[in-house]
Design a binder for this molecule. Structure first.
Ligand SMILES: Cc1cc2nc3c(=O)[nH]c(=O)nc-3n(C[C@H](O)[C@H](O)[C@H](O)COP(=O)(O)OP(=O)(O)OC[C@H]3O[C@@H](n4cnc5c(N)ncnc54)[C@H](O)[C@@H]3O)c2cc1C
Length: 369
């Protein structure tokens, strides 16, 4: 039997470690279990929006150009149109996933979180969780175990609703960034997005419905990007994974709460998964402090609405070439509108995010374009 924790976190991805740090900063004793061992890699676009950067800062994780590459905005392009928006407030960072994981673990250890690596959780009850023959007693249990959360299933929190699922691949290329923007290139049934992650490297992520499509073949759809990458070395292996839009039915049940992709997952194209994970982590720690997990349930719902709407919009653009062309033509002709929408999407503060009426207004303008 392990020592009793106030909070036991299952999953040491970004959401789990951020929750552990936030709870520890509230004076709670926190233990984290993960069946993998650090540094934990994952297929990811590796863009941290300003909201993620400022929430990390509040947890004591400071990003600088030694850890990643600052970016100042975003550009959308297809074969015909190109439009960009600058971040109004704050900075985004491109940070390698392994580096982000290392920084989070380092900070968590500083604030007294204990880690149990190589420990797969196989079940839990109201007193704690079971991993590798050891019982880990706790007061609160956090499921931070990613998409298709097993904790969510055990706690009967999973939704029966089908998810909008796609496939994602990513790898690093040795090439100096040619821009301080994250570039999203829209192609036939797929997108690639480019995030600078260092002075001499770029992370390329591919998203599509085709599990067979890989980055090198997809680049043939994007000749301009392929030309820029010509002759550059691969710095890492190509990693693959599934990306989806879906949410748990609820995020709290008794002493169990879900965070990160386990609670709500947005398609990688939004670049918002990590921002959401850090916001949720901070809100959940506040709920622990109040001794009221319903506070987290309500707050979680509040911060999920705008990203849900934005993801739906971007996925509609993926599904319909006609709509994508209309939207990009509208934005290219009205860059101020694109800036407004992207500012809301990338906002440092969650309350600046896009409202439902504004999304409806955008839909109306697209139809008229
Ligand atoms: C292609 C792609 C591109 C993306 N690009 C971006 C981007 O640019 N910006 C952005 O913000 N987001 C992006 N995302 C989303 C982002 O990667 C996720 O939102 C984020 O990884 C969620 O973190 P998490 O901690 O919730 O889950 P995960 O990172 O999946 O971590 C879950 C952890 O739980 C552990 N675990 C699972 N089950 C158990 C168990 N039974 N016992 C013990 N441990 C367990 C796993 O080993 C894992 O370490 C992208 C996603 C994809 C697929």
């Amino acid at each position: 039997m392990a020592k009793r924790a106030d909070v036991l976190v299952i999953g040491a991805g970004p959401a789990g470690i951020a929750t552990a740090i936030a709870a520890s900063l509230k004076g709670l004793h926190v233990a984290v279990l993960d069946y993998r061992k650090p540094p934990i890699e994952k297929s990811c676009g590796e863009g941290l929006l300003p909201n993620a950067v400022s929430n990390l800062r509040s947890l004591g994780v400071r990003l600088n150009s030694a850890a990643g590459f600052p970016f100042c905005g975003i550009r959308f392009s297809d074969e015909e149109f190109s439009v960009s928006a600058r971040i109004a407030k704050g900075t985004g960072y491109g940070v390698r996933r392994a580096e982000l994981h290392r920084s989070l673990v380092e900070r968590a250890c500083q604030v007294g979180v204990s880690f149990h690596w190589g420990a797969r959780v196989t079940g839990f009850d109201e007193r704690g969780a079971q991993a590798g023959g050891t019982h880990f007693p706790c007061r609160w249990l956090v499921g931070a175990d990613g998409q298709n959360s097993t904790v969510g299933k055990w706690a009967n929190l999973s939704s029966q609703q089908s998810r909008l699922t796609r496939f994602g691949f990513s790898r690093h290329y040795a090439v100096a960034p040619w821009t301080d923007l994250v570039e999203v290139h829209w192609g036939p049934g797929c997108q690639i997005f480019l995030t600078p992650t260092g002075d001499n490297e770029i992370c390329i992520a591919l998203l599509s419905h085709d599990p067979q499509l890989r980055i090198e073949r997809a680049l043939t759809y994007f000749p301009e990007v392929a030309k820029r990458l010509e002759g550059s070395r691969f710095l890492t292996a190509e990693l693959g994974g599934v990306t989806a839009l879906g949410r748990a039915r609820r995020v709290v049940s008794g002493h169990v709460a879900l965070v990160g992709d386990a609670s709500f997952t947005v398609d990688g194209i939004t670049g918002q998964g990590l921002s959401l994970a850090f916001q949720q982590a901070i809100l959940l720690a506040e709920a622990f402090e109040r001794g009221d997990l319903d506070y987290y349930e309500i707050a979680h719902r509040g911060i999920s609405r705008a990203p849900w709407r934005m993801t739906r919009l971007l996925l509609l653009m993926d599904q319909s070439a006609w709509l994508r062309r209309k939207v990009l033509r509208l934005f290219a002709g009205n860059p101020a509108l694109f800036t407004k929408i992207m500012s809301a999407h990338m906002a440092e503060a969650a309350q600046e995010s896009l409202k439902a009426t504004e999304v409806l207004g955008l839909g109306w303008q697209v139809l008229r374009a």
